[in-house]
Each structure stands twice: as C-alpha cells, then as structure tokens.
Design a protein around this ligand. Structure first.
Ligand code: NAD
Ligand code: UDP
Ligand code: UDP
Length: 322
C-alpha cells in the first residue's frame, strides 16, 4: 500500500504542476499546491478542489515559506519565452530566490527536493543530441538569459546544498513538453499552431522552420518526475526528461495542419534572437537509472491536445488571442 505523503508542489496551478498534483492525489498523497498565479490559473486545478487532500496556498516563492511536508517539487517559474521575458528580473529572482527558499525548507525538514530544470541550460547546443555531461552554450547577456542562467544558478544551488548539507536532491532537465492545459496565449509553438489552425488563422513559422525540437507528451513527463523523486537517494540527476524523436518546426506545422484541416496557410515570421537551432535529449541516463522512456507518440499526444483546445475555444470568454 502507498503510504500517504504530504507533498508540496510549487507552481502547482501551472501546466505541468496541475498534472503533477492530479497524479499525486490519484495515488493517495496529500498535496499542497503553492502558486502566485503569475502564469498559472485556478481553472487548471478547480477540478481538484473538492478533494480533501488537496490544499492551495497563494504565495510567491521568492519569499520564505514555513510548512511541514515530506517532499517538495519545485516547478514555480514562468516557462515560455513570452512570459519569462515580460519581467526578466523577476524571472531570475524566481529561479534563484525560489531555489534558495525551497532548499532552506528541505534542509530544515531533511526531505527530498525536486527541481524542474530545463534543456535551456544547454543553450544553443554545439553537441547533438544533448547528454547531461554537456555543459552548454549559453549567452549570459541575451534576452533568454534570465531564464537560462536563472535555471543554471538554481542547479548550482541544488548541488551545493547537497555537497554542503547532504540534502537529497532530484534535478530533472525538462525538454519541450506539450498537452492539455498549456496556455493558449503563451507563444509556445505547439499551442500557437493548434490555436491558429483551429481558428483558421495563418500558422506562424519563425525563421525558415528548419530549427528542430523534440516534443514530450505531458503524461510521460509526469511519470518521469515521480520516478525520479522515488528513486534511491544516490540518484540526484541531472537527468534529461524528454522525447528523443526530433521534428523540424516546419514538419510540426504540417502535421498539425493535416490533423486539423481548415483554411490555414503557413506564413514566415522573423526568428527571435538566440533561438536554439536544434534540440533533442539523450535519454540514456533516464532509461538506465529510472527505467523511464516516453510512451506517447506525437500523433497521439497532439490529438489529445487538439481536443483540449477545441473544447476550450468553444467556451465563452476562454482563450484570448495569441
Ligand atoms: P507554467 O507557466 O504553466 O507554470 C509555472 C507556474 O509557476 C505557474 O502556475 C505560475 O503561476 C507559477 N509561478 C511563477 N512564478 C511564481 C512565484 N514567484 N511563486 C509561486 N508560483 C509562481 O509553466 P510549466 O510549463 O508548467 O512549467 C513548470 C516548470 O517546468 C517551470 O519551472 C519550467 O521552467 C519547467 N519547464 C517546463 C518546460 C515545458 O516544456 N513546459 C520545459 C522545461 C522546463
Ligand atoms: N527558508 C524557508 N523555509 C524554511 C526554512 C528556510 O523559506 O522552512 C528560507 C529561509 O528564509 C532562508 C532560505 O530558506 O532564507 C535558505 O535557508 P538556509 O537555512 O539554507 O539559509 P539561512 O537561513 O542559514 O540563510
Ligand atoms: N516557433 C514558431 N512559431 C511560433 C512559436 C514558436 O516557429 O508561433 C518556434 C520558435 O522560434 C522555436 C520553436 O518554435 O524555434 C519552439 O519554440 P517554443 O517557444 O515553443 O520553445 P523553445 O524555443 O523554448 O524551445
């Protein structure tokens, strides 16, 4: 039988956080969802509120918090370029001060703490696909730096708390993930293309569309989170979690257009600065140490995501323009 744990999920009202809360509640945990609703929304968690083992705390993780829990998943941080560039100073603060506070909490309670790091720590990679040993190619002063360097510094803090205080840390480097409850207006490629196609609007490819990404379906990713958290203490990560099947952005646009149909045509838009050319995880470490690999292919995952946006677009007042 699974022993009920009290689990803190920071950023729990966001896209990934809400799926994680759902998964932990489903296995019988007591979940404390902490969020300041910067990019998250109560809509993502409203279906969980009736569960007596679900608690919500409105709090900004850049400030200290005192709670009694058994595990922490630290997901609080805006994740899409549009959102994290809106207030870049705050983005770095969330990553760095947020990490310090969850690490301080984990240190006081002597409990395991999970960090949602990112493939962005590899920057515009010169090694392909990216293994965890690769140190990355990151611009420290560009428009993406607040996120990339914030997350890199958070990793540094996690490993120093381990070395200095012998903390149990679990660092996941997450690659592009998609699925229901993505923000319709956060500018990420999967949500943009689906919403554009459903509305019959032009599909906006930035640059020539030859840049690549690898897209992981949300249920696979959450499975990886839980496996990492439950793994033996010596497994600290960093561990890449993502789907290693790589697509060009043009291919993605064509797949989504073919699935949805309608009058949309592909149009070119300028490539944002520092946009990585290619990205694909090497997931050998996750396979070996966690027995994890993604199960959901792009076609299947896109169908579920398209259904979600299709429903959401029909609700009055939902989904402001992209
Ligand atoms: P999201 O924006 O949906 O979720 C982030 C959540 O954090 C939101 O609910 C937001 O309101 C909350 N938040 C932001 N600042 C906060 C603060 N100061 N205090 C408390 N809460 C705060 O994004 P997501 O896609 O669910 O990403 C979750 C985590 O995973 C992030 O740390 C992100 O960097 C990481 N990640 C996501 C992806 C991806 O493809 N989705 C890829 C790599 C890493
Ligand atoms: N902290 C927190 N909750 C706790 C314990 C600590 O938010 O339960 C914060 C605390 O405010 C501190 C940070 O975490 O700023 C780091 O804690 P640590 O004990 O490592 O550092 P110190 O308090 O010695 O500066
Ligand atoms: N992109 C695009 N059209 C869009 C949104 C994004 O061509 O409407 C491109 C973007 O330039 C990048 C890729 O798709 O090359 C993935 O972008 P996203 O913001 O989803 O994630 P990230 O760049 O952080 O991997």
């Amino acid at each position: 039988m699974h022993l009920r744990k009290r689990v803190l999920v920071t950023g729990g009202a966001g896209f990934l956080g809400s799926h994680l809360c759902e998964r932990l509640l489903a296995r019988g945990d007591h979940v404390i969802c902490l969020d300041n609703y910067f990019t998250g929304t109560r809509d993502n968690i409203v279906h969980l509120l009736a569960n007596p083992y679900f608690e919500v705390v409105r709090h900004d993780i850049t400030f200290p918090i005192y709670l009694e829990v058994d595990q922490i998943y630290n997901l609080a941080c805006p994740a899409s370029p549009v959102h994290y560039q809106r207030d870049p100073v705050q983005t770095t603060k969330v990553s760095v001060h947020g990490a310090i506070n969850v690490l301080g909490l984990a240190k006081r309670l002597r409990i395991p703490v999970f960090q949602a790091s990112t493939s962005e720590v590899y920057g515009d990679p010169s090694v392909h696909p990216q293994p965890e040993e690769y140190w990355g190619n990151v611009n420290p002063i560009g428009v993406r730096s607040c996120y990339d360097e914030g997350k890199r510094c958070a990793e540094t803090l996690f490993f120093d708390y381990r070395r200095q205080h012998n903390l149990q840390i679990k660092v996941a480097r997450i690659f592009n993930t998609y699925g229901p409850r993505m923000h319709p207006n956060d500018g990420r490629v999967v949500s943009n293309f689906i919403v554009q196609a459903l509305r019959g609007e032009p599909i906006t490819i930035y640059g020539d569309g030859s840049q690549t990404r690898s897209f992981c379906y949300v249920s696979d990713l959450i499975d990886g989170f839980v496996r990492l958290m439950e793994s033996p203490p010596e497994i600290t990560g960093p561990v890449n979690l993502g789907n290693p099947v790589e697509f060009s952005i043009r291919e993605l646009a064509e797949i989504i257009l073919a699935e949805i149909g309608g009058p949309s045509r592909i149009v070119a838009r300028p490539l944002p600065s520092d946009d990585p050319r290619q990205r694909k995880p090497n997931i050998e470490r996750a396979r070996e140490s966690l027995g994890w690999q993604p199960k959901v292919g792009l076609a299947e995952g896109l169908r579920a995501t398209i259904d979600y946006f299709d429903q959401a677009l029909r609700r009055p007042g939902e989904l402001v323009a992209t």
